[in-house]
Design a protein around this ligand. Structure first.
Ligand SMILES: [Fe+2]
Ligand SMILES: [Fe+2]
Length: 168
């Protein structure tokens, strides 16, 4: 018999594997970003989000369970690229007053990727009638949005100014 045509369930599972892989990569990257950051507030923001990210991985495991699948990641080239760009910033701006502004921007690129993925999964979960999964996905989405907002505030109130003033 020919393969069944793929449907929204397949897309949901594929994207779940993508973000599961991505969250695990982010979990490894955040301590390095916290270590590289000069501003205590930025360091603290990265450390706090590292802890939240552990919860994100756990919630995703629960979503896999809800749909009766074993938690498994699938290589996500997008997140690898975003994290790689962050590493370049750390290398290229080492010792520069602009380092933190670059790190903050890299972190926001990560958040925006996550926000995109969780937004999609939430919509598809709703369509598929996976109310319990949607609840978990929404909890994480809320934390990603809050993190993004906190980073914007920190950039605008402090980090961007420091990057500019000391470089002059
Ligand atoms: Fe996350
Ligand atoms: Fe995040």
């Amino acid at each position: 018999m020919a393969n069944e045509p793929k449907t929204l369930d397949d897309l949901f599972l594929d994207t779940l594997k993508d973000i599961y892989y991505a969250e695990k990569q982010i979990l490894k990257a955040l301590p390095k970003m916290a270590k590289a950051a000069k501003s205590p507030e930025l360091k603290q923001a990265f450390e706090k989000h590292r802890d939240e990210t552990e919860t994100h991985v756990d919630r995703l495991s629960d979503v896999f369970e809800i749909i009766g699948k074993a938690p498994r990641g699938k290589t996500c080239d997008a997140i690898l690229g975003i994290i790689e760009e962050g590493k370049s910033i750390i290398e290229e701006f080492e010792g520069s007053p602009a380092l933190d502004a670059g790190l903050l921007a890299s972190a926001q690129a990560v958040e925006h990727y996550e926000i995109s993925r969780y937004g999609t999964l939430k919509a598809w979960g709703q369509q598929l009638g996976l109310a319990n999964a949607v609840k978990l996905l929404d909890q994480t989405l809320t934390e990603e949005l809050k993190t993004d907002q906190a980073l914007s505030t920190l950039g605008e109130s402090k980090v961007n100014k420091q990057a500019q003033a000391k470089a002059a």
